[in-house]
Write a protein that binds this ligand. Sequence first.
Ligand code: NAD
Length: 247
Amino acid sequence: MGELRGSVAVVTGAGRGIGRAIAEELAEGGARVVVNYSRSKEPAEELVEKISASGGEAVAIQGDVSDAGQAARLIEQTAERFGRIDVLVNNAGINIDRTMRKMSPEDWDRVVQVDLNSCFYTVKAALPHFVENGGGKIINISSFVGQAGNFGQANYAAAKAGIIGFTKTAALELARYNVCVNAVCPGFIETDMFAGVPEEVQEKIKARIPLGRVGKPREVARAVRYLIEDGDYITGQTLNVNGGVYM
Ligand code: NAD
């Protein structure tokens, strides 16, 4: 069984939303958590204070993970600070939604750069640390959109589908080092990303979800924690936390 207590976990894009919930969940389990942020310094530092106030240990480290150099620096700073890395959660993500008629090559590139390429950058940088530790857990946050496709999200769907292919390949390559690599595919979750959807569209979305509601960030975080604590024999999988919106 994976031990969370005392482990070192990096969560990218953890200033708010799902990443924040994951950081809180892992800290509650006793992990020492790196709260990565790109621009939102205040929320990240506020989260670190909140975790510390409830007896946990966390540190905020700035770094735009869509930049290979900054992603590598995030991992190096983590190793310098804590001496090891046991868990990497690639959560940072953005969306720039437009139908393909209106989507520019820059819209395409930016989303793929942030949502997909960042995963390769952080995993590549963390790999020597996992090998040195004799194992670890990597969880990549994909989306049901990467499985089902979604109108106006060609860039996002491609990036999120890419994460699933990357996850399976990383699982194959890293199994020999005792590193388990899995993807979590959330459905619609109550975060700023979802709040940006117009209200009438939100209602239509809810009507499509068999469980009749959008999910909570903590419900995704619990799945991530499960993969870390109980997922020693689970690798290369996608765990769907989506209220049944995609089966
Ligand atoms: P959010 O916009 O609330 O949070 C995303 C976080 O990532 C923010 O803190 C942002 O600052 C950070 N970030 C963005 N670019 C970054 C970069 N280059 N480097 C470092 N950090 C960066 O979104 P969320 O809803 O919490 O989404 C988190 C993840 O879950 C994303 O990968 C998203 O695609 C995925 N997801 C969300 C939903 C949903 O309905 N909310 C559904 C499926 C998947």
